[in-house]
Design a protein around this ligand. Structure first.
Ligand SMILES: [Zn+2]
Length: 192
């Protein structure tokens, strides 16, 4: 079972690198969710549930789920090798190795500092919580066409200057592999 799984993960990676397969937005969302740490049963399961996807990547993840569900198999040589293949595949997809440019449907980043809008005029303005006025700390999320800022107190702000596309772009250019930024975060916006 582990051998088949390793083979499937390896083939998918080869096809991705050859440009004959690329993830769709749903699959890229699962990748972003899984590529940030070691593979765990719960996270694999959540990624499958979260996206409700089907296809080759889903098949590989379902195999990983079954393997992780049997710890003695996962810890064996064949199991560990299969999981390593999958980890390599996820890392390549998360890093957009083949330049496919597929944007996940959901992208989030935690910011410890202030979120600044960089306007085309060169000036910058902070993103502020509409409820409590907080301007440091919080989570930015782009979900489909929706972009939100959740302050440290949990208040949700939708700022018309913040668009999902520009937020995704900012995350991709400044922090493609990070789930958290320790300092300030800048978003270029097409506003004067
Ligand atoms: Zn607030």
């Amino acid at each position: 079972m582990a051998d088949d799984f390793a083979h499937a993960a390896n083939e998918l990676l080869a096809d991705y690198r050859a440009g004959t397969w690329r993830p769709d937005a749903q699959e890229q969302t699962a990748v972003e969710h899984l590529a940030v740490g070691p593979l765990e049963l719960l996270r694999v399961r959540r990624a499958l549930l979260m996206t409700g996807m089907s296809g080759r990547l889903a098949d590989v993840l379902a195999a990983a789920d079954a393997l992780l569900d049997t710890p003695q198999l996962a810890a064996g040589d064949a199991g560990a090798a299969a999981l390593k293949e999958l980890t390599e595949l996820l890392a390549a997809l998360a890093a957009d190795e083949a330049g496919a440019g597929v944007e996940p449907t959901v992208r989030a980043i935690e910011v410890a500092g202030t979120v600044w809008f960089f306007m085309t005029s060169g000036s910058r303005l902070p993103l502020v919580c509409r409820t409590c006025g907080a301007r440091t700390g919080g989570v930015l999320t782009a979900r489909h066409e929706d972009a939100t800022y959740e302050c440290a107190e949990g208040h949700l702000t939708r700022d018309p200057r913040l668009t999902a596309a520009e937020l995704r772009q900012a995350i991709r250019t400044t922090a493609p592999r990070l789930a958290r930024i320790d300092g300030d975060f800048y978003i270029s916006v097409d506003l004067r």
